[in-house]
Design a protein around this ligand. Structure first.
Ligand code: FNR
Length: 192
């Protein structure tokens, strides 16, 4: 089984990005699983806290899940034309200590998607993420973009994706990313 960890960068119950991630997880093809993880419970990064207590438990747990997974799927909101602070903060914690970055993120395939009620589709946030993904030594996946604009009208009250065109686009996006992640898994088995 190929496992991908999916993380939404919004804490809201009604998060469009949370809904998008749930829809992506439901579209995982046979032989692959997208496990939805949360950044809830991760404190603000504080070097003093780290020096005194080390990496907090929710961060430690999520780090291990990412390290064990074959891929990472980030559903990013866009705030002020960039990455929301809560999401960046979570990744900053997950990058601690720096000596663990290669083990947790090194060479890891990462896909970006995002939803916004406006017209931009998170294009600027996704662009900003590339610098971070580069710093962590990941292998960003440059398949078709998944930028969901006017997302407020694409989900029903329960958060289910109801727009057919977006559903098709998302299915192709997930299939494309999973195929690449699976290939990486197969290669790792061959060379082990
Ligand atoms: C936003 N929003 C927003 N949208 C966008 O497309 N470009 C932007 O630059 C911003 N900036 C921004 C700043 C702040 C502080 C907030 C709170 C919001 C709107 C944002 O896309 C919208 O709130 C989404 O619904 C957030 O994602 P979730 O929580 O629905 O996943």
């Amino acid at each position: 089984m190929t496992t991908i960890i999916g993380i939404s960068g919004s804490l809201r119950k009604g998060s469009l990005n949370g809904h998008l991630l749930a829809a992506a997880a439901a579209l995982a093809p046979e032989g692959a699983r997208i496990e939805v993880a949360t950044i809830r419970g991760i404190p603000l990064y504080d070097g003093d806290l780290e020096a005194e207590h080390g990496v907090p438990e929710p961060v430690r747990e999520l780090k291990e899940r990412i390290a064990a997974a074959s891929g990472l799927l980030l559903a990013t909101p866009e705030y002020n034309s960039s990455i929301p602070g809560v999401f960046k903060n979570a990744i900053d914690w997950l990058s601690r200590p720096g000596s663990d970055i290669a083990r947790v993120f090194g060479g890891k395939p990462v896909a970006l998607m995002g939803a916004t009620p406006g017209r931009g589709g998170t294009i600027q946030a996704q662009g900003a993420w590339l610098q971070v993904l580069r710093a962590l030594g990941t292998a960003p996946w440059f398949g078709p973009r998944m930028m969901v604009s006017t997302a407020g009208s694409l989900f029903d009250a329960s958060g289910r994706l109801t727009d057919e065109a977006t559903g098709k686009q998302l299915a192709a996006f997930v299939a494309g990313f999973v195929a690449v992640v699976k290939r990486g898994d197969e290669q790792a088995v061959r060379t082990s």
